[in-house]
Each structure stands twice: as C-alpha cells, then as structure tokens.
Design a protein around this ligand. Structure first.
Ligand SMILES: Nc1ncnc2c1ncn2[C@@H]1O[C@H](COP(=O)(O)OP(=O)(O)OP(=O)(O)O)[C@@H](O)[C@H]1O
Ligand SMILES: [Mg+2]
Length: 281
C-alpha cells in the first residue's frame, strides 16, 4: 500500500540539524473572557520530538495553533530560536488533523508547490521541490491527481509533503492520523519517525493515543483538564528507536500516562456535571 520514504534522499533534501528551538514562557490564551490555557512553560530543544497528550477540549489545538502563529497569546510569550512568534511563519509548519486542509481545486503537485510559489520560487523550482517532497512521502506518481481522488492516508502524506516543502525548522502536527484506520496509522507513524530522524526538524505532535506518543516522542507532556489548562507532567521516553510497542519497558510509562490522563478526564467529566465515581456506585 505505502512505499517507504527514501531516507537517503530525505537527508540530502533536508539536511540535518535544522530544527528550531521552541519555547513557551508562562503562556496563557484567552478567548474573550474564557481562559483556555494558562501558565504554560515548555522548552523544546532543537530537533526534539515532543508529544502533547491531554483530555479532549483541554486546549492542545489552541496551544499548537499559537505555536504556529495562528492564535495570539494573551499572557507570556512564545519564541522560536529566541525570536517572538507573532504570526504565521514558513519556519513553523502545521499539519492539521483533517486532510480537508488541502486545496481541492489544485492538483497534488500544485498543493505541495504552494509554499515555494508563495515565496517566489521559479516555476521550475516549484515543480522540482514538489516532486522531491512527494517522492519523500512515496506519492510522486499521484502528482497530477486531485486530493479528492486520494485515500485519507494519502491525503495526509500530501499535507506532510506540503509542510516539508517549506523546509520548516519546526513541524506542528495536530492529531494528524486521528482519522486513519489502524493499519495506515501504523505506517504513517513509522514514516513520521523516519522523516523526523532524517530531517532534524523539531516536532510537536498532539495525540490522544498514549501508545502513539510512546512510539514517537523524546518527551511526553500531559496537559491538565480545561478550562485554564496547564502542563500537568512531563515524561522523558528513554527507549531505543525504532520503538517496539511490545517492549516491557514501556509498561510502566504507559501506566503513569494512563493514570495522569485518567485523573484529568474525570475532572473534565465532573466539570461537565457528570460524576464518574457517583455513577459507579
Ligand atoms: N476560537 C475560539 N473561540 C472560543 N473558544 C475556543 C476557540 N478555540 C477553542 N476554544 C475553546 O478552547 C478550549 C480548548 O479547545 P481545543 O480545541 O484547543 O481543545 P483540544 O485539547 O484540542 O480538544 P480535542 O482533543 O477535542 O481536539 C475549548 O473549550 C474550546 O471550546
Ligand atoms: Mg484538538
């Protein structure tokens, strides 16, 4: 189904050690009077892979959107390589959960060439870059098709190629594989790991899936329940790569993450007027 990414070409295309260092310092985000997140401080090293876990609605997408420069912070600050993030920037690439983010009226090649076109690359250079990055995600043969003619997994790979074509130092991924079937999801996780290792990008990856986080992350940050969500805990994942889901060393980490998230999910339910303990009786 999926052709493996050609890692050697990826290294040539992207170079190594290109990641940007991302820093959140006391970040709060409000929508009018509603405080979505507060007091978030996180230092993400250049080239690090950080996964963000947390109960639904706690503010993961909001925080990621702020890191991408789409949402303005109300308190504190966000920086990339020491420079304040004040708006969208080609250095900060965002992969959305939904592959609806692709332009349906453009071919796959035109979608991937969009960033280079916007920054004024020549037509020949746009095509060259688009084909190169489509090759990296194993989709060059689909360049002349339209997104509507591709499967969900293929559309997500086009989105990833489109982000990489901007050659960002930081890639922000918001539950990018949430809508995929288990098999495709597994292939996409392996490809993400390979792209990240070869490119040297910094990645912030939002997921609901504890096992996905353990498979991919250098560190896992767990958010508290919202409103006014903050960071509850941060765990390093000191396991050799590529990770093995069946490795017994993952069991203890999985248990801690389940416990932390479980506590926060129960808080969310209580906040919504449903007491899970009460209903157990
Ligand atoms: N533009 C907005 N205006 C007002 N409130 C918003 C806006 N965007 C998000 N929110 C609120 O902020 C909170 C966090 O939302 P967010 O989408 O970031 O959560 P999430 O953790 O990504 O949830 P999920 O896991 O379901 O994707 C929610 O209460 C949401 O209703
Ligand atoms: Mg979200």
């Amino acid at each position: 189904m999926t052709k493996a990414i050609e890692t050697d070409r990826l290294e040539t295309a992207l170079g190594s050690g290109r990641g940007g260092a991302l820093s959140a310092d006391g970040v709060g985000i409000r929508f009018d009077s509603f405080q979505a997140v507060r007091d978030i401080s996180l230092d993400i090293a250049a080239g690090e892979f950080l996964c963000l876990l947390g109960p639904s609605g706690c503010g993961k997408s909001t925080l990621l959107s702020a890191m991408a420069g789409f949402v303005t912070v109300s308190e504190g600050g966000l920086t990339v390589d020491g420079a304040a993030i004040t708006g969208p920037d080609p250095e900060l690439g965002m992969v959305f959960q939904s592959s609806e983010a692709l332009f349906d009226w453009m071919t796959v090649r035109q979608n991937v060439a969009f960033g280079p076109r916007m920054r004024g690359a020549s037509r020949a250079e746009q095509t060259k870059l688009a084909d190169e990055y489509l090759g990296l995600v194993g989709l060059r043969h689909c360049a002349d098709r339209f997104p509507g003619q591709l499967s969900g997994g293929m559309r997500q790979r086009v989105q990833i190629a489109r982000v990489l074509a901007n050659e960002p130092g930081v890639v922000l991924m918001d539950e990018p594989f949430g809508a995929l079937d288990a098999q495709t999801r597994q292939v996409m996780q392996e490809e993400t790991d390979r792209i990240w290792r070869a490119s040297g990008c910094t990645v912030v990856f939002v997921t609901h899936d504890i096992d996905e986080a353990i498979l991919l992350a250098d560190r896992i940050a767990v958010m508290t329940a919202g409103p006014a969500a903050s960071v509850k805990s941060v765990y390093p994942v000191d396991l050799p790569r590529p990770r093995d889901e069946a490795d017994p060393a993952t069991a203890e980490l999985r248990r801690k993450l389940r416990q932390d998230i479980g506590e926060e999910v129960r808080k969310t339910l209580r906040h919504q007027g449903f007491d899970p303990e009460e209903s157990d009786r």
